[in-house]
Design a binder for this molecule. Structure first.
Ligand code: PBG
Length: 327
């Protein structure tokens, strides 16, 4: 080898934007993006979420407009969260046909048709007075099996209101099977389940709890969400959910769990999505506000990294902006 000239020069293919575009391996598409949105009952005006600059709690009217915008930008789907005015121990508003989420689902069903996929988050934490994802036992633990009955009922309420996909996020054992059986029994055999299969007990959900008003009043979720220390458990969770009938599965959060995402994506027979959660959003927004990083580049780089790790769909609060940038 001639010492003066390296034989291989990877830099050759990086020299111009056109060359880089030609050899780029990963290019997220707008259609793969899923926009999470919050709808709050009884709001007159959209209410900014302080810890998530640019994100609001929507009114029933403003969510319709935002949905239109997302569809026009080419975003693939929405994930809707309801924030009810009244909460109780059972989370009664979660399966009330007149509840805020069900009303919104019906509005969107008549507005959007097939322009965008409307998904609903299926959990109880936004709806319970104690803020946990399920019913409590007298000693204050989350009662897995009693919660499954509630989830079954919520799934049917959401499907009958027009949810095109239901997405259980509560991490109860057996939740996918319970929901599948309930949906099928009620005639909703065609409604897919996107299961939050590998969901970790994460500090990065902090800002979400302001947005969805679902912070636990006592304790935390470490008794039902996964321990960040564990990887193989995620594969087991995914396998169980697939066996129970999950049509799609999710890994959550995103950036701190790229190893889990890559492993699940390599081995899972159904589409795998990743959720870029509220704390990931807030981190970038806060640093950008201080002028410490280039916001747009960070948005695209993080989304690209989730795609590169194997996510087929990406839930991100930047979905609309990213879709426009990616077009
Ligand atoms: C629970 C739920 C949470 C998120 C989505 N669904 C919060 C939690 O589990 O504590 C977090 C999403 C985010 O942080 O963006 N229903």
């Amino acid at each position: 080898m001639n010492a003066r000239f390296p034989a291989a020069r990877p830099r050759r293919l990086r020299r111009t934007p056109a060359l880089r575009r030609l050899v780029a391996e990963t290019r997220p598409r707008p259609e793969e993006l899923i926009l999470p949105m919050f709808v709050k009952e009884g709001l007159d005006e959209p209410n900014p979420v302080e810890s998530m600059p640019g994100v609001v709690q929507h009114t029933r009217e403003s969510v319709r407009k935002a949905t239109q915008e997302a569809a026009e930008a080419g975003v693939g789907a929405l994930m809707l969260f309801g924030v009810p005015q009244y909460k109780d121990e059972r989370g009664s508003a979660a399966d009330d046909p007149g509840g805020v989420l069900q009303r919104t689902l019906r509005d969107l069903d008549s507005d959007v048709g097939d322009a965008i996929v409307v998904m609903s988050d299926l959990c109880l934490d936004e709806f319970t007075s104690h803020g946990h994802c399920g019913l409590l036992t007298p000693t204050g633990e989350v009662d897995n099996d009693a919660t499954l009955e509630r989830y079954a009922s919520v799934a049917v309420a959401q499907a009958s209101a027009g949810a095109q996909v239901v997405a259980p996020s509560g991490m109860m054992d057996g939740q996918v099977a319970a929901i599948r059986a309930a949906l099928d029994g009620a005639g909703y055999t065609q409604v897919p389940i996107l299961s939050y299969a590998a969901k970790y007990a994460s500090a990065f959900y902090g800002p979400f709890r302001e947005a969805a008003e679902g912070a636990p009043r006592f304790g935390d979720r470490t008794g039902y969400q996964q321990d960040p220390a564990n990887a193989s458990e995620a594969l087991r969770e995914v396998a169980l959910d697939v066996a129970e009938g999950a049509d799609m599965v999710m890994v959550k959060p995103g950036l701190a769990y790229l190893d889990i995402l890559a492993e699940v994506a390599r081995t899972c027979p159904v589409p795998v999505s990743a959720y870029q959660v509220s704390g990931e959003y807030a981190m970038v927004e806060a640093a950008a506000q201080k002028g410490w990083l280039d916001r747009e580049r960070a948005v695209l780089e993080t989304i690209t990294s989730l795609r590169r790790a194997g996510a087929a769909q990406i839930l991100t609060y930047w979905a609309v902006e990213a879709a426009r940038l990616l077009r």
